[in-house]
Design a protein around this ligand. Structure first.
Ligand code: NZQ
Ligand code: ZN
Length: 394
């Protein structure tokens, strides 16, 4: 068990009508002049923009609206947001949406306090020491950004998708009403479930395996998300199951499921290159890569994969053949992805095989020009990255 610091300062307000407390929460965290940041149409269609602007009007809280965040949120809109906030003296950012909107909000919040180019933070040139407070009304459980210390932005200039982790960006509050997720298309529900599970799996497949309490939490979360996703596909308006997934989204990426363990996050890093280059949904990209990552790395610790197969995927343990059990666990995960219509290779994801040039470009970028490794379960160098991308491209 490694030493750890568990810091989750986000105030969670969960359940039906939880959005009614938005104005009081903004006041509690000293917001007087708010940027309401959202994506395309869903925040409007859900009636949230109208409801929240009315609430702010009733509470004499000033606001400015900025929509237009797209999945894999872009640096150009972040920069526009920073300018708008400076012109309007914004002191609080309210994100209404999913990971993309929350991350765009966090990046604007950093940019308001950082004197240089906000992209410096994402390419490791600087560290943020201050940020503007952000609160979120979550409409899609997936990225876990509502409680995470992470912010992921795509720079269109060169298609670089980079994450910046700093605990100061954690949301002041996260409002989660599962009813707002009834409208999610099956594809987005499945992408979300894949990402939620992956945030725990990236912590579960760790070189540290002496945290039975953390394992039990992780395995419980994974089984719950899997089961509730299958139920939601049958009945998208099932409040109970939507609620399980929504809460799991936050718990899976607020570090709870990884206390005492070294994170891996190699599949995430490999995926970020895919969504940077092809603008695919992050969850779908993860599903397309994970089986190849798993088969490539499983021999580093077969017993960990056996534990996953038996405790999470319900595989019967063949004690005489651990490798067979481990592989059956990976296949069971693949079958789950097939059931929820997620791709399990690059051809299914992109619609064609990738070229060798595309694969080498992604591996080059992911290894920062062959200078760095990713992952901890197995440290992956440039050649390992090529091998995994190629295996997913078979
Ligand atoms: O633009 P709108 O109309 O809002 O549509 C969105 C979007 O097209 C739609 N949607 C959202 N709520 C809806 C809805 N449609 C119907 N009903 C609703 N209630 O869903 C689509 C996807 O939204 P997005 O915010 O992109 O999804 P997600 O939450 O999966 O976020 C993905 C982004 O988060 C990053 C990903 O890389 C990607 O850029 N991540 C952020 C992390 C973090 N900050 O901690 C960690 C993750 O690993 C991830 O990397
Ligand atoms: Zn993710």
């Amino acid at each position: 068990m490694i030493n750890f610091n568990y810091h989750t300062p986000t105030e969670v307000v969960f359940g039906k009508q939880s959005e009614d407390s938005t104005a009081s929460l903004i006041k509690k965290y000293n917001g007087t002049n708010v940027l309401i940041h959202y994506g395309g149409k869903s925040a409007i269609k859900l009636g949230l923009i109208e409801k929240i602007t009315q609430q702010l009007n009733n509470n004499e809280i000033k606001y400015t609206l900025l929509g237009g965040v797209v999945p894999n949120p872009r640096l150009s809109l972040v920069k526009k947001g920073i300018e708008i906030c400076q012109t309007n003296n914004i002191d609080f950012i309210l994100a209404i949406g999913g990971g993309s909107v929350i991350d765009s909000s966090k990046a604007i919040a950093y940019g308001l306090k950082y004197k240089g180019d906000v992209w410096d933070l994402f390419c490791g040139k600087a560290q943020a020491t201050d940020t503007t407070p952000v609160g979120a009304i979550l409409t899609i459980p997936a990225a876990g950004s509502e409680m995470s210390d992470s912010c992921v932005i795509t720079n269109e200039n060169g298609n670089f998708k980079r994450g910046y982790n700093n605990t100061i960006c954690r949301c002041k509050f996260a409002i989660m009403n599962p009813e707002f997720t009834f409208t999610l298309p099956e594809y987005q529900t499945a992408c979300g479930a894949t990402d939620i599970m992956m945030h725990t799996m990236e912590r579960y497949f760790s070189p540290d395996t002496d945290m039975p309490l953390t394992d039990a939490i992780a395995e419980g979360l994974l089984k719950t998300v899997k089961n509730s996703t299958l139920e939601i596909i049958k009945n998208p308006n099932n409040y109970q199951h939507r609620a399980q997934i929504m809460w799991a989204s936050s718990l899976s990426h607020n570090d709870l499921t990884g206390c005492g363990m070294t994170r891996d996050f190699a599949t995430h890093k490999l995926e970020h290159e895919l969504s940077a280059m092809f603008d695919v949904a992050h969850g779908a990209g993860l599903a397309a890569l994970w089986p190849s990552w798993a088969r490539y790395t499983m021999r580093c610790n077969i017993s960990r994969f056996v534990q996953f197969a038996v405790n999470v995927m319900g595989v019967t343990n063949d004690f005489s053949n651990p490798e067979k059990t481990a592989l059956q666990g990976i296949e069971a995960m693949e079958n789950f992805y097939h059931t929820i219509k997620m791709p399990t290779n690059l051809q299914d994801l992109i619609g064609r095989k990738l070229t060798q040039t595309e694969i080498t470009t992604m591996a080059e970028k992911c290894s920062l020009g062959q200078k760095t490794t990713i992952g901890s379960f197995k440290k992956l160098n440039y050649n390992d990255m090529l091998n995994i991308y190629n295996a997913a491209n078979e």
